[in-house]
Write a protein that binds this ligand. Structure first.
Ligand SMILES: Nc1ncnc2c1ncn2[C@@H]1O[C@H](COP(=O)(O)OP(=O)(O)OP(=O)(O)O)[C@@H](O)[C@H]1O
Ligand SMILES: [Mg+2]
Length: 258
């Protein structure tokens, strides 16, 4: 179980996470919404122990996560296997010569023998429709294919907490639907950021909304928030347009589906 208490994070003098309290249980499905720059990616990086808050505490299964703790090899190996992050820009994760090696790299860290590695690479490549690319260098894939490859690499090590930073941003509607089904079937905790509000209810029953003030301004059932126009407006997630048709002025609301 993940517990964040009273987390503050600032880059230089700019506060980007303000008094964050958040617990995440095994197998929970959480979706995070919030306008650009409110701190979603920063929050996921803290959960992944890539950066460490200046104030507050992060405990993972009762272990206090600090820079020092993460430097302990045994702990780090276990933590990195259990809590994984799909980056907003998947390119930064890919560095192996071929798609095969990219997936195999994750598996070799589990100290499997090469036959097991091969079986699992073929299984994940097939599931992610990447089989025909196995011998290609990852940079030859499209943006969406790279994203799928990164996700295959992460799932291959069977994590317990999967953090995804705008996973549908590079995906076409059909592939987004496929990803949502895949995530739904996983028996692990998922924490997903998105700007696609219409997908939010499918990505998680529990919604966290981050405000312009870099605080959590809502934590509760997803649909309850999405049905509340006032709350949506306050969070900057609903946008009011004014139009003039002939002499009649009227206004209507738009989701910010970027
Ligand atoms: N490495 C960095 N150095 C300095 N400031 C940073 C850095 N990374 C992010 N920031 C700032 O921190 C704030 C929060 O950034 P973050 O990436 O967490 O936002 P976000 O909610 O993920 O936004 P988006 O929806 O655009 O992805 C932004 O104002 C950003 O400019
Ligand atoms: Mg972001």
């Amino acid at each position: 179980m993940i517990i964040l208490k009273n987390i503050y994070y600032q880059y230089d003098s700019k506060v980007v996470l303000n008094d964050i309290h958040l617990s995440i249980k095994q197998k929970e499905r959480i979706v995070i919404l919030g306008i650009n720059g409110c701190g979603k990616t920063t929050l996921l990086k803290i959960l992944n122990a890539l950066i460490f808050p200046q104030k507050g505490s992060y405990t993972y299964n009762d272990v206090l996560i600090t820079e020092k703790k993460i430097r302990e090899k045994d702990f780090s190996r276990r933590f990195r296997r259990e809590v994984v992050l799909l980056f907003q820009n998947p390119d930064v994760m890919l560095f192996n010569p071929t798609v095969y090696d990219e997936i195999a790299f994750s598996l070799r860290q589990l100290q499997l023998n090469e036959n097991e590695v091969k079986d699992r690479v073929l299984y994940w490549a097939n599931l992610f429709e990447l089989t025909s690319f196995l011998d290609l260098p990852p940079f030859k894939l499209s943006g969406g294919q790279k994203q799928k490859l990164c996700l295959a690499c992460l799932l291959a090590i069977e994590p317990k907490f999967l953090l995804l930073d705008e996973p549908t941003a590079n995906l076409d509607p059909k592939t987004s639907g496929w990803l949502i089904d895949l995530l739904y079937d996983l028996q692990i905790a998922t924490v997903v950021t998105t700007h696609n509000i219409s997908l939010a209810p499918e990505l998680g029953e529990r919604l966290i909304v981050m405000g312009e003030n870099h605080r959590i301004i809502y934590d509760g059932p997803t649909m309850q928030f999405l049905n509340d126009k006032e709350k949506m407006l306050a969070a900057g997630l609903l946008h009011k347009h004014r139009h003039r048709h002939g002499n009649v002025e009227h206004s209507h609301y738009h989701f910010h589906d970027f």
